[in-house]
Design a protein around this ligand. Structure first.
Ligand code: NAD
Length: 443
């Protein structure tokens, strides 16, 4: 790995030394994990691997190895008890060759510059693979939003926009929700931006409530995009009715995926969130599972007939045909990839499988529906929202669904065909197609 940080190199040496001593293997495993390449390294590695399949002008890759613009700010907000707290915030516009940059804003305690930059690079590839007129961006605040009151979350959201108002804009950079943010966050942010520029500016942000210019169909778009591909390719993927599905990350993307797959006849047999995991070999009653999550966590289902609680990190190893990854990055790694029993992994999350795990899973003939294609339904309907805002139009839900289905099936077909022709993975094919579109825009 060419982008090792000093910390990673030091940790690698520590792990190597530790192997000669009688050190608790779980401690070594933790060090080893931290010594792994960063998310940005992993993302860049995939792009570089794809570039090897093309006769690329080195200048294009040189551009794509470096973010266009990375802004960092300290957000200071007044807490409800009168005290003051500071939070670090980031916005990365990675590349704008294909259009104004687009990417979500994450509120999570693990947010840092590397993660934001990696996710912005992924967004660049995702918009390109979907042929959207957008470049890639991402933003984030290092905070656990669960520790904040509603009023504190609003102050933080407005402070974010005040700090980055000069970076974003309907023709420059358009944020959206991500982990830890939602349509309410987007409403506060749009309102703050509109106040700053002195006019209503709905097209500055997507994922808004429908009443404020949000698009119908945005709420389940990420899951629905992947669902359309799965249904369209069910025969090729060998997916049968009642195929068993395990879902890691029962949040916005994961819950909608569970509902869509359940309605289509799949059997949801395991689900997890940050508090733990539950397993129901005969299948969950989806209504009860959703109700349990609404009351705090899927683990509220534990103890119901046919449901048992399992350790959260064992969810990926559950006996099933489809594993949906809908939580965070680096969840399937070289330490657990070999335990996976599913024949298909659907990456609703960004970067849930590390490159080392990719190699192991390839040898096991596990098919991976890669993030930059699988979860692109979200940004595609965000694009529809931006178009509606600019035109002052309102599309019907049927129109949104029909355009999303057409777009997902068309680009998935292109990825599948390229992968088949070149005998490469769907991931590499998706990155190659993204690069081909970027090349024409960069030079
Ligand atoms: P969310 O915050 O609504 O849900 C995330 C879920 O993951 C939560 O239920 C959380 O409890 C769970 N989780 C966190 N850590 C976990 C762990 N260690 N094990 C199991 N579960 C864990 O976020 P979301 O919007 O659903 O996004 C999920 C993923 O999908 C992220 O990677 C995000 O970048 C990606 N994504 C989301 C969208 C979108 O439109 N929401 C679009 C594209 C990609």
């Amino acid at each position: 790995m060419s982008h090792d940080t000093m910390l990673q190199r030091a940790l690698t040496r520590l792990v190597d030394a530790g192997k000669h001593l009688n050190i608790d293997p779980t401690i070594l495993e933790k060090w080893e994990f931290q010594a792994m390449a960063t998310l940005f390294d992993n993302t860049l590695e995939r792009l570089i691997e794809a570039a090897e399949h093309l006769d690329l002008d080195p200048g294009v890759l040189e551009n794509l190895k470096n973010a266009l613009e990375m802004t960092q700010a300290r957000l200071t907000i007044r807490m409800d008890d009168g005290s003051t707290k500071c939070f670090m915030a980031f916005r990365c516009r990675y590349d704008d060759s294909l259009g104004p940059t687009k990417g979500g804003i994450r509120f999570h305690p693990h947010v840092d510059a590397d993660e934001v930059m990696a996710l912005a690079l992924m967004m660049t590839s995702k918009c390109a693979v979907m042929a959207l007129p957008f470049g890639g961006a991402k933003g984030g605040v290092k905070v656990d939003p669960r520790d904040l009151s509603n009023m504190e979350r609003e102050r933080l959201s407005r402070a974010y926009i005040r700090a980055f108002a000069h970076v974003i804009g309907p023709d420059r950079d358009i944020p959206a929700p991500d982990v830890g943010t939602n349509e309410k966050t987007m409403a506060w942010m749009m309102d703050e931006y509109s106040t700053i520029v002195g006019k209503r500016a709905p097209a500055v942000i997507t994922g808004k409530p429908v009443a404020l210019g949000g698009s119908l169909g945005r709420d389940d778009a990420t899951a629905r995009g992947a669902y359309y591909i799965m249904q369209n390719k069910a025969h090729t993927l060998g997916l049968e009715r009642r195929a068993r599905v395990a879902i890691q990350g029962f949040g916005n993307a994961g819950m909608h995926m569970a509902q869509l797959l359940d309605a289509a006849g799949y059997k949801i047999v395991a689900a997890s969130d940050s508090k733990g995991a539950v397993h129901a070999p005969a299948g969950f009653d989806i209504g009860e599972l959703l109700a349990a999550k609404r009351c705090g966590s899927v683990i509220n289902m534990a103890g119901s007939a046919g449901v048992s609680e399992i350790p959260g990190d064992k969810l990926v190893a559950v006996d099933c045909e489809v594993l949906v990854m809908a939580a965070l990055e680096n969840m399937v790694h070289k330490g657990n990839a070999g335990s996976i029993k599913a024949g298909l992994i659907v990456e609703l999350a960004n970067g849930p499988v590390t490159p080392e795990a990719d190699e192991i899973l390839k040898a096991m003939n596990v098919v991976i529906l890669p993030d930059i294609l699988a979860n692109a339904g979200g940004v595609t309907v965000s694009y529809f929202e931006w178009v509606q805002n600019r035109e002052g139009d309102r599309w019907t839900l049927d129109h949104v669904h029909s355009r999303l289905k057409t777009a997902m099936e068309k680009e998935a077909e292109a990825v599948w065909a390229y992968a088949r022709d070149k005998n490469i993975t769907l991931r590499t094919a998706a990155y190659v197609l993204a690069l081909l579109r970027l090349v024409h825009a960069i030079y």
